[in-house]
Design a protein around this ligand. Structure first.
Ligand code: AHR
Length: 531
């Protein structure tokens, strides 16, 4: 009984912030009261919102994932074992490949078979593309990490026939010439392709198309690029994702209108199940903000920018609602994340950047936004998985380091396919110069076992926050989890110091249906509330 009313704070689990003397700046306003209502379940938070994006760009594939079977770096059939183990732990639901802009210049036949001919990668530094990582290697990666394939087909410079043959090669179980070739290349059984992107940024690097022209092209691909895998005929049907908007201005709302209107009046002969949205957190173009060695001003500005994601989703969702009130079409945020200036000394076009505690907070804010829009946003892919933009993992030859963003994705694993439950709170304000941000952010969800998971981001880099969360619809008995922060807003993990930003255990106090915990400045915390 006593245990029900008063859960413990195990001394061993105390974080420095909890154990230390209270911050002299802390005031009563540092307490944020939240109400979680577990009796009002919302939409399922689709695990696919934790998807990754891996493009042939910089060292994202070559070195980051693929080192080749003869490499001294431990590998399985050419794929790095350390990277696979790290990704496995993230329970990556899907990986988008081969691009990006790269996809609209990719010709899959060059990436199969024994002799691979070198081509160029004109989008990203004009470097040699050896084609040694192709279709079979990608599917092997998917298998090794226990994920699912999200292929982007080439609409920009390819043909419907080329894309249709790729899918036949991958998915048919009939003894066609393409299936025989697949078997000769080592995979007699058909592959499962659950997600198919119909082009990429067709309004820009994917071919500078108008929405009308794109829609005509897309419907042709939708018709002819078939998945023949018998296991995907009914329940596991492949979802086709059309190119969607890349911003909030009228150019982009027009795009959403045109594609959605076409879908509303669509014939039996074509269909789509998703519309993509690309939105990077970037200030100035070309990106000028540094990924490391910045101060509080840049911290606040970038986080302010990232919160635009919410309005953007709301804007395009409202248009989609007019044509699709039943929300059959998913909004797929298949490129998102921070885009900073390239690291000094790194090659042009490689999009190499560091990843700091700021990015951890940024990732949490975006994941929380996706969760709040879970009824429409059912898939998302952070850009990108390894060594590019807001990466999970950085590698340098045989070395590997996990970024703060990786740790956030790891902490959020319990939210995969959990049911959203509402949290209400007055966030208060964190101010930095002219920038004013909600001081804290939080989401909650119920998992299949009935446990409540709560994620709290303390955006304020100077003050801890004491969260008192009352829980309705469930009698909480104990609560504990992990918290992530670093010494500074720009703290990073490096190959020399890989654990500067690393999760620590945190425990909460539970009393009379209220969970109380103190979160450190600029932190991300995930706790499980046990009934
Ligand atoms: O992620 C880098 C690039 O950003 C992608 O190739 C493209 O789709 C977007 O513009």
């Amino acid at each position: 009984m006593l245990a029900r009313r008063l859960a413990f704070v195990a001394a061993a689990f105390l974080t420095p912030a909890m154990a230390a003397t209270p911050d002299p700046q802390a005031t009563a306003a540092d307490t944020v009261a939240m109400s979680i209502d577990a009796s009002k379940p919302g939409a399922k938070i689709d695990r696919n919102i934790f998807g990754q994006f891996a493009e042939h760009l910089g060292t994202g594939i070559y070195e980051g994932v693929w080192v080749g079977p003869d490499s001294p770096i431990p590998n399985t059939r050419g794929i790095r074992n350390d990277v696979v183990a790290a990704l496995k732990a993230l329970k990556v639901p899907n990986v988008r490949w081969p691009g990006g802009c790269f996809a609209d210049e990719y010709h899959w036949r060059k990436g199969i078979g024994k002799s691979r001919l070198a081509t160029l990668n004109p989008n990203w530094g004009g470097v040699i593309e050896p084609n040694s990582f192709g279709t079979h290697e990608f599917m092997d990666l998917i298998g090794q990490i226990g994920s699912e394939a999200y292929l982007s087909v080439n609409i920009g410079s390819g043909t419907p026939q080329e894309a249709a043959e790729w899918l036949e090669y991958l998915t048919t179980d009939q003894p066609t010439a393409l299936a025989t070739e697949r078997a000769a290349n080592g995979h007699p059984a058909p592959y499962k392709i659950p997600y198919l992107g119909l082009g990429n940024e067709s309004w820009d690097c994917g071919g500078n198309m108008t929405p009308e022209y794109y829609t005509r092209q897309m419907t042709i691909y939708s018709r002819f690029v078939r998945n023949f895998n018998p296991a995907q005929r009914d329940a596991g049907k492949m979802l086709r994702i059309a190119v969607g908007p890349g911003g909030g201005e009228s150019r982009w709302t027009d795009w959403t209108e045109v594609v959605m209107k076409a879908w509303q009046g669509h014939q039996w002969s074509w269909d789509m199940e998703g519309l993509s949205l690309h939105n990077y957190t970037v200030i100035k173009w070309p990106p000028a903000y540094a990924s490391v060695g910045f101060g509080e001003k840049e911290y606040a500005e970038i986080l302010q920018k990232t919160l635009e994601m919410d309005g953007l989703i709301a804007k395009h969702s409202a248009i989609m609602d007019r044509y699709d009130p039943e929300k059959k079409i998913a909004l797929v945020v298949d490129e998102w994340g921070a885009w900073y200036a390239k690291l000094p000394g790194s090659p042009e076009g490689f999009l190499a950047q560091q990843n700091s505690q700021r990015d951890a907070v940024l990732a949490a804010l975006n994941l929380n936004i996706f969760a709040r829009h879970a009824d429409r946003v059912r898939m998302a892919n952070i850009a990108q998985m390894v060594n590019v933009l807001q990466a999970m993992i950085l590698t340098d030859k045989e070395k590997m380091v996990l970024t703060p963003t990786y740790h956030v994705f790891h902490m959020y694993v319990p939210f995969q396919d959990a049911t959203f439950v509402p949290v209400t709170f007055d966030a208060g304000t964190y101010a930095q110069g002219d920038v004013k941000l909600p001081r804290v952010d939080a989401i909650a969800a119920k998992d299949a076992a009935g446990k409540i998971w709560m994620a709290v981001a303390n955006v304020d880099p100077n003050r801890p926050a004491t969260i008192t969360a009352s829980v309705a619809g469930l009698a909480p008995r104990s609560a504990a989890g992990q918290t992530l922060t670093g010494p500074r807003v720009d703290s990073v993990n490096t190959f020399e110091a890989p654990t500067s930003v690393t999760p620590k255990p945190i425990a909460a106090r539970v009393q009379g249906g209220t969970v109380t915990l103190t979160v450190e400045p600029k932190s991300v915390t995930v706790i499980a509330v046990q009934p």
